[in-house]
Design a protein around this ligand. Structure first.
Ligand SMILES: C[S@@+](CC[C@H](N)C(=O)[O-])C[C@H]1O[C@@H](n2cnc3c(N)ncnc32)[C@H](O)[C@@H]1O
Length: 283
């Protein structure tokens, strides 16, 4: 079965799918963090931390250019920031839902990562710059980034292959990609999880958020997301090498990693306006 992209109920094309996803996240932004932590029993914090740790060498380089796309309310971005030396280039934290991004931007400037210790000295703590942008049309130059991460956002893209191509385009040769995403484990854990995901989770989501759709969309979108072997195949097909999937918590979630091959931007990919390049300059 070829994987194309997210298909929210009732949409007929990619533009409609993207609009429906953006609208849905705008509508649940106020309750998103609470729901996330309740529904995952805070295990999500460990997933973000583990994903960030995987890229600790790049993160420790103050000159590295980093994008966290589909950053939403910013918890993956915060996990990355905690590993950045002070005075590093800012991380770009991008999302196309203004309401999600607004909440994320508040966190990037909060004391959550700006400890009194880091405030007292200069150069300043590492920062993130919030950017409203679509993952499928990044306003960044070809071959300009050392690391692209995305947590629980990739599954929502209207076209997975186009997303991977765009990430490949903006990464430098040798740059790294990390996609943290849900998956469907097999065996007994899978059966128990499917029950939770399809029955319990939508009920809790409805109770907290007062809406049905987002929490019926969530299990549906995980169910239609390509399994790890197919996802790794798609990554290789667009030019990523060294592609791996590391399961987290019995395979409920997992981290896809890949390295940008050398052909990306040069093999005919579209050049994007470089409007954000200045935001990546050393802070
Ligand atoms: C489930 S949230 C994840 C947020 C955050 N990364 C986290 O781990 O909690 C998915 C996010 O992806 C964003 N998103 C989905 N499709 C996108 C696209 N094409 N471009 C930019 N952001 C997108 C949504 O707006 C939403 O904020």
């Amino acid at each position: 079965m070829p994987a194309t992209g997210a298909k929210p109920a009732g949409v007929t094309d990619e533009a409609q799918a993207a609009a429906a996803v953006r609208q849905m996240f705008d509508s649940i932004a106020g309750r998103y963090d609470l729901l996330n932590h309740v529904l995952s029993a805070n295990v999500d914090r460990m997933w973000w931390w583990r994903a960030a740790r995987r890229f600790r060498t790049i993160l420790a380089d103050p000159e590295a250019s980093i994008l966290d796309i589909c950053c939403g309310t910013g918890d993956m971005t915060l996990a990355l920031l905690k590993r950045r030396p002070r005075g590093s280039r800012p991380i770009l934290a991008a999302d196309f839902s203004r309401e999600m991004l607004r909440r994320g931007a508040r966190k990037f400037g909060s004391s959550e990562f700006r400890t009194s210790k880091t405030q007292s000295k200069s150069p300043p703590h590492a920062v993130a710059v919030p950017v409203e942008a679509d993952a499928l049309h990044l306003p960044l130059r070809d071959s300009s980034l050392d690391l692209v991460t995305t947590a629980f956002g990739f599954r929502n893209l209207a076209n997975y292959e186009a997303g991977l191509r765009e990430f490949h385009r903006v990464l430098k040769p040798g740059g790294r990609l990390g996609i943290l995403e849900f998956s469907e484990p097999g065996g007994l854990v899978g059966k128990a999880y499917a029950l939770y995901f399809r029955r319990v989770l939508p009920a809790i989501g409805r109770a907290i958020c007062g809406k049905d759709y987002p929490y019926t969309y969530l299990p549906a979108s995980v169910g239609s997301f390509p399994p790890p072997a197919q996802m790794l195949e798609m990554m290789r097909a667009v030019g990523f090498t060294d592609c791996k999937w590391q399961p987290y918590t019995f395979g409920i979630a997992g981290l896809y990693t890949g390295t940008c091959g050398t052909c990306g931007a040069a093999d005919g990919a579209r050049a994007a306006p470089a409007v954000l390049q200045t935001a990546l300059a050393r802070h």
